[in-house]
Structures are given as structure tokens and as C-alpha cells.
Design a binder for this molecule. Sequence first.
Ligand SMILES: Nc1ncnc2c1ncn2[C@@H]1O[C@H](COP(=O)(O)OP(=O)(O)OP(=O)(O)O)[C@@H](O)[C@H]1O
Ligand SMILES: [Mg+2]
Length: 481
Amino acid sequence: MSSNKNLDLEAVLEILEERVLQHTGRYLSPSEMVLIKGSWDGKDYKEIANDSGYNVHYLQTGVGTPLWTMLTEVVGEGVQVKKLTLRNILLRLAKKEYLKKLEASYQNVDRLIGTTRLYGDFPKIVSFYGRQNEISILKREVNIFKKRCIALIGIAGIGKSILVSKLIEEILLENSNNYEYLIWKKINRSSTIDNLITELIETFNIEQAEDITLQRKLCLLLNYLQLHRCLLVLDGFEAIAPVNVFEKRLEYEDFFVGITQEKHQSCVIVTSQVPLKEIAYVNVNSSIVSIQIEGLEEDAAIQLMREKGIAGEKCKELIETYRGNPSELEAVSDRINRIFGGSIEKFFDYRTTVIGPRVEAMLNLQFGQNGLLTDLQKQVMVYLAEEMAKSSAFIPFSKLINDLKERLKLEVMSISKVISALEALEQRSLIEASRQSSKHELSYGMEPVVKKYILVDPYGLVYKSSNNKELTSYVQGQNSP
Ligand SMILES: Nc1ncnc2c1ncn2[C@@H]1O[C@H](COP(=O)(O)OP(=O)(O)OP(=O)(O)O)[C@@H](O)[C@H]1O
Ligand SMILES: [Mg+2]
């Protein structure tokens, strides 16, 4: 496994030495070290002897035999340590030690793993299924392409934060000396770009004069990221998505341009429900890598449901309905357990759709006052939900345009504005697009959970009257820039 290949032997030996010292009260001898290192590299006794100058027979019987017996007792955990099994046993030992430290780091503000100092509340991974593909893509972007900014975009509860947490676990496991700092920053609604930068400056302990400008602070931060190798996670960036505030978007632009353009060794990973280009004026050519996170693949979702005690053929139907969204599947599994005694069949008798708390919170944020949806985007969503309630088929683009025109009582309608609205909604995973074949036009629809939220309108946010006059003139193209 490639992740194990890179594990630093020195780090593993350190753990082993400590264990041996605890159990036997002595350090490993030089000849034992030679044998362990050679075995780790897959060399046979003859090669080890040639490389080290020790006699083969002495290495094999004088050193090897008692060493393997001692190690079996100290780290074998029921498995006999031999030259051939040593590497895997040491890897298991290192992984355990590392996970113990990481576990402790969840509770403490300031922990050290290898040379990496950890700050912040990392989401705790209770169980983790699938996502091998996403993890290898992300590792490649971070380790090989050395990208300075990577954004993970996806609907609420789809697993963005847990995925980054898992990625960090693997990056640290492979090489815990690669970064100086690893910082997890949860962005909340009261955060601003100013206090985010200030907090980072404080975390890094960067000296600064009082009352300096945001620009100056940003320079200090960027300078620090150049001098020190940091892995910085900004989790839940949509929380500070400004709604059409021009100046704010410019401030964000400075931040992202800074972290992508300045030459530095650090990497910033952002998770967000909303594409970054809607939050900041991020240049399309900028080197931010944006990765759309979709639901779990079927096997992983089945495992997740099995863990919740839900199994059977019907699981696949549920996974499809909830688009493999793990937090939605957890919510629906809890409901099946609580109300239907774990019977998925009984649940299906009622043909009800459960809106999980994560997606509900996100939709409240989108539809709420000063929410993230424009009036046109809202109209498109309401239209799609109502059409899909009649028949669950997706709506072809041309029908959508004609119906919207009629709905909004318009003579002319700016098609480009409708297309932009559709694209923005699709990027936020609020609507879905599908095409029968490359020759057909696109059709639009939405997942059942979003449709239900709109039709039920649990908080009265969806059907709140919008300013129809403004919308009409906007979509007619009268106030286009
Ligand atoms: N790969 C996975 N395996 C098992 N469970 C998962 C996985 N991914 C996510 N989950 C479950 O789904 C929940 C939601 O995941 P997570 O918090 O990462 O979502 P998110 O995309 O960050 O959501 P939000 O946008 O609301 O912050 C987790 O708490 C976890 O219980
Ligand atoms: Mg999250």
C-alpha cells in the first residue's frame, strides 16, 4: 500500500525502541538495529550481512532468533514476529500509536505529531466508508501537484469535513514531519475575513503592531505561509458568504489571490456548500482546485446503513432517493429505527421523505431572509419542485424557459440570466441536470428531499412574497450591467 511505503522508518523505530525499553529495560543493540532496518527494506540475511559487515550466521542465529522471540512478546499481539512479518507488524504498531496521538489531539488545543503542531477541533471520525477515489485525488493534489488552495464543494452533510479529516489522518500517517503546522478552523456565521486573518496571526504567534490594516495583516500571514509549511483547513466557508456585498467579495478575493499566487509551501483546504467563486471574486484561471463532493458510492452507503442496523434489498432504493448523502441516510435510518422498529419495508409503506437536520439547516440558510438565493433562483426551484410533484420526470430546458416566461408573465426573458441561475443552483447541488444523450437538450430536476422542503415550506421561507417587480425587470434584462 503506497501510504505505508512512505511511513518514516525512523519514526517507527522510535516507537519500537520505546516499547522494547519499557518491556525489557534495555535499548536495541546496533546489530539488532541493522537486522530490523534490513528486514524493513525487504533484504535477505546475506544482503544485510554484506551491507553491514556482520557475519551471516551470527546475524541469523546469534541476533535474529532471540530478537524475533523478544519482539513477538513485546509487539506481536499474538502474531509471531519474523523477518517476513516484521514490516507489517511495525506498521500496525505505528498506526496505533499515531491514532492514539491523533485521538488525543481531538481534545487538546495544541498537540504535536512528528514535527507537526496541531491546532483546532478536528471532526472526530467515528466510522468512515468508501471515498478511496476522492482521497487519492486529494492526496495527489496536495502531495504531488503541491496545490496551494483546494476547495471541496458539496451539499450539507455530504461528508466534506469528515473527508478532509480522513485525508489529514492519512497525510500525517504517511509523513508526520511534512508540515510544521496543521490548523483546523471552523468558520461560523459571526466570522469575518478580518477576524479570520487576525485569529490565524494569533495562532501562529506572529508579532504585529496594533491597529494595522487588513491588507497589512494579510501580508504578514502570507509571509508566514511562505516561511513555514502549513496545512490550513477552513471548514464551512459558506458561513461567511456575503450576500451581494461588493466590498466584502473584494476582501475575499485578496485573500484567495494571496494564498494562491504567492510562492509558498503551504496548502489551504476549504470546505463549502457554496462554490468559492460565489463568495469571492475568484478568477477562473486562479489555481484554486475545486472538487465537487457527491454522495457515497453504493457499497459504502450500504455499510453505513448496516452499521445503523438497516439492511435488505430496499436499502438501494433509499440510497438512490437520498443520493448517497451520509447524513441524510443516517437521519432516515434513525427514523426507521425509532418509528418502524427497524423495518425498512414498513417505512416504505408510508412513502414519506425525511428531511435530515443538515439539509434543512442549509435550505433555511438559502431561502431565508438575506439568504443566498436570488429571486430568480428561488422561482426556478419552486417551479421545478411543483412540476416534479405532478410527475417525477425531469423538465427539459425549453419547457422550463417557456413555463417560466408564462409564470412570470413576461414577453421577453433573458435566457443567459436563467442559464446562470441554473448553473449556480446546480453547482450548489440544489438542482440536478441530466441529458438523455449528447444530442438531447439538458433536463432539470431536484432530489426528493429538496423538493419536499420546497413543497412543505416548513418555515414559510420559500413562498414568502418576493419583490416581483424587481425580479421581472431583472429577468427581462432591463437592469443588466
Ligand atoms: N465516508 C463516510 N463514512 C461514514 N460516515 C460518513 C462519511 N462521510 C460522512 N459521514 C457521516 O455524515 C455526517 C456528515 O458529514 P460531514 O460533517 O463531513 O458533512 P459536511 O459535508 O461537512 O456537511 P456540512 O456542509 O453541513 O458541514 C458525519 O458526521 C458522519 O456521521
Ligand atoms: Mg462540514
